[in-house]
Write a protein that binds this ligand. Structure first.
Ligand code: GTQ
Length: 351
């Protein structure tokens, strides 16, 4: 690559010229050209960052004492990437992540909003989310979708705290100035299991009536962790050591990613295994469902345990090593690859 010539600066321009432009809402491009179009690769603000659940949990439980649900609507501590400034609520450039606490008897009221959200359940029994009247039980490791503009509320009918990780495309929606919410009424639920137990009980089988029909956008809203884990273990039994055991969550009707902007996948690291993920252009967030691992994210080494979260910037090289010689490690990944694919910029790199 040849070195590009340095471009002119703002300071080089006469003061009267700059003042005349400023008064007319005009700005010369060339002084900021390289900042907006850096050569060779993006210069993400997102820093490889680790949030330890051991640090988050006591602070989240304290929020349960300090702030009643009525005063919070959603009782969430946001994993704010320091590279973006803590007030920006960015985990990566496009992905927001937080951990939400709901206590027995509480109801986080029904609303809907333009950002799409998902939940990955961290701990507790008896919580559930209702999406458009579908009652979705929340058990450890379950993935629950609340797609853009769908009514959703959270209820806790059990005992003890219930905690889950929220991931939203909120920074993206804020960036395009399209983020807003509407409040709603408490939903009435059908007294039936969710679609993961009925219409989409098993991958590769769909309701016959859906064949050839135009698929609804979100046929399946819950992926129980037990099924995902069993699928990873089956795949691991037929995958060479060092090759990522990695499954993507897709719509059972279209086979495409289940949300338009964010992608979800699950990884298994066998005891002692180290894998380097294929490097790509997406930003990503990793959540440890269980296990103990060392991650190298764009040259930063981070040690993560159960329920810890790691942010990875766009274009990052990610290597994951299971630190246990006896137990597998399981990870859940959120990325913005579906968005990047739709706007035609998704890339996979050779190394
Ligand atoms: O549970 O609906 O972390 O609306 C942020 C915004 C969770 C939610 C968040 C939300 C929600």
């Amino acid at each position: 690559m040849t070195d590009a010539p340095a471009l002119g600066t703002l300071e080089e321009l006469p003061a009267d010229y700059r003042a005349a432009m400023e008064a007319r809402n005009l700005v010369p491009l060339w002084p900021s050209m390289r900042a907006f179009l850096p050569h060779g690769a993006p210069r993400p603000q997102t820093r490889p960052t680790l949030w330890r659940y051991a640090d988050v949990r006591p602070l989240l439980l304290r929020a349960g004492e300090l702030t009643p649900i009525e005063k919070a609507e959603r009782r969430v501590l946001v994993f704010s990437n320091p590279g973006h400034g803590l007030d920006g609520l960015h985990c990566t450039g496009t992905i927001y992540v937080g951990m939400q606490l709901i206590l027995p008897g509480e109801n986080a009221p029904s609303h809907r909003h333009t950002p799409a959200a998902v939940r990955l359940v961290v701990e507790g029994e008896g919580g559930f989310t209702i999406v458009n009247g579908e009652r979705l039980p929340m058990e450890r490791g379950d993935l629950i979708l609340t797609p853009a503009l769908q009514w959703h509320e959270h209820i806790h009918a059990g005992t003890g705290p219930v905690v889950w990780m929220d991931a939203l495309d909120l920074p993206l929606l804020v960036g395009i100035e399209a983020s807003y919410a509407l409040e709603g009424q408490k939903q009435t639920t059908r007294n039936a299991p969710d679609a993961s137990a009925t219409r989409y009980r098993r991958a590769g089988l769909v309701p016959y009536s859906s064949l050839g029909a135009r698929p609804g956008p979100y046929p399946l809203l819950r992926w129980p962790w037990g099924e995902v884990r069993a699928a990873l273990e089956a795949l691991a039994s037929d995958t060479d050591a060092g090759t990522p055991v990695h499954l993507g969550y897709v719509s059972p009707e279209t086979g495409e990613e289940c949300l338009p902007t964010l992608g979800f996948s699950a990884l298994m690291l066998r005891p002692g295994e180290q894998v380097t993920l294929p490097r790509d252009s997406a930003s990503a967030v990793f959540h440890v469902v269980s296990g103990s691992l060392q991650a190298d994210v764009a040259g930063t080494t981070l040690d993560a345990e159960d329920a810890d979260v790691i942010a990875a910037p766009v274009h990052a090289r990610v290597t994951l090593a299971n630190r246990s010689a006896t137990n597998p490690a399981f990870l859940f990944r959120v990325d913005d690859a579906p968005l990047q694919r739709k706007i035609g910029i998704y890339e996979r790199f050779a190394a």
